[in-house]
Design a protein around this ligand. Structure first.
Ligand code: PRT
Ligand code: ZN
Length: 283
């Protein structure tokens, strides 16, 4: 049986639970328990603070974990990044007061930077030959410049709203991050096989996000042009209709391109276009 460490509560918890659920794995909702048995997969779920997940996986307290890559990098733990999961996207950036005369990384020379990510920042400054004072603080990093504790900050940014509210300006994106499935090195063959099964399920869910299943009727004479617009997993599916002049065309389209492609298809004479949600895409 595989043991997975996930965030007990916080920003990654909901998306993690949804991913497990979509993968056919259900876990009892009671989060008061530290550990719970899942059904639908031979899995035990260990609820932890995100900070503790990389270490729990490195030590083998859990075989796998779901956590932000920012935490993995900060903790400097030696674990395997199995796959990125497409949620929890953010970046760790350097930000300076809005009015600062920022002119490049050398601005940080000799300055005081407040952060909860001292490890990643130290490495970045080393790579850039900058000598700065790094002040590690646990929370509310964004208020440090206003209260005179620091000249700049190094913190997680997602929309950027928090920076703006605190009169700060993002100047260097140092570490792009998202949630990932990580694993302990050298799992035994049985656990390795379970990790592969879990990844297979996760992959089909992550791949299907942002995809739509589209079907339509099309004059056969325009089929080649339509196929050129619609590259599917191999190519679109074409089904004959009773009316020999027409066919039915099925394809998977990226949501971001959906309307643009539909307009092109309509121009070719497509009719009765149906757009359906796609739950899983198994390659
Ligand atoms: O209790 P526990 O230790 O488990 O949780 P936590 O409080 O340490 O972490 P949590 O739940 O806040 O975040 C978990 C993970 O979510 C992080 O490690 C990142 O991988 C990811 N993530 C994604 C974020 C954000 N987006 C994010 N926006 N983590 C934090 N933020 C903060 C950011 O620092 C800012 O202060 O949210 C605030 C709003 O951001 P803006 O830019 O949208 O205004
Ligand atoms: Zn945390």
């Amino acid at each position: 049986m595989l043991r997975i460490a996930i965030q007990a509560k916080g920003r990654l918890n909901e998306d993690t639970m949804a991913l497990l659920e979509d993968a056919g794995i259900s876990v009892s909702a009671s989060k008061r328990k530290l550990i719970a048995r899942a059904s639908g997969f031979p899995l035990e779920v260990l609820y932890l603070r995100d900070d503790d997940i990389p270490q729990a996986v490195q030590m083998g307290v859990a075989d796998v974990g779901i956590v932000g890559l920012n935490e993995v990098a900060e903790k400097g733990m030696d674990v395997v990044e199995e796959m990125r999961l497409g949620f929890g996207a953010c970046r760790i950036s350097l930000a300076v007061p809005r009015e600062a005369d920022y002119n490049g990384v050398s601005w940080f020379e000799g300055r005081r930077i407040a952060t909860s990510y001292p490890h990643i920042l130290r490495r970045y400054f080393e790579e850039n030959g900058i000598h700065a004072e790094i002040h590690e603080i646990a929370g509310s990093v964004e208020i440090a410049p206003a209260v005179g504790m620091a000249d700049a900050i190094f913190d997680i940014v997602s929309s950027g709203g928090t920076l703006v509210q605190n009169g700060l300006r993002e100047v260097e994106v140092v570490f792009p991050s998202e949630a990932a499935l990580i694993s302990k090195h050298d799992l035994d063959p049985e656990k390795r096989a379970d990790v592969e099964k879990l990844k297979f399920r996760f992959r089909s869910i992550v791949d299907s996000r942002g995809m739509k299943y589209v079907l339509m009727n099309l004059p056969k004479a325009r089929l080649d042009e339509a196929v050129a617009i619609l590259p599917g997993m191999r190519s679109p599916t074409v089904i004959s209709l009773a009316d020999e002049e027409w066919c039915s065309l099925h394809a998977v389209i990226q949501e971001s391109e959906l309307w643009e492609k539909i307009e092109l298809l309509k121009a070719l004479g497509a009719e009765g276009i149906l757009v359906l949600a796609l739950e899983n895409m198994i390659r």
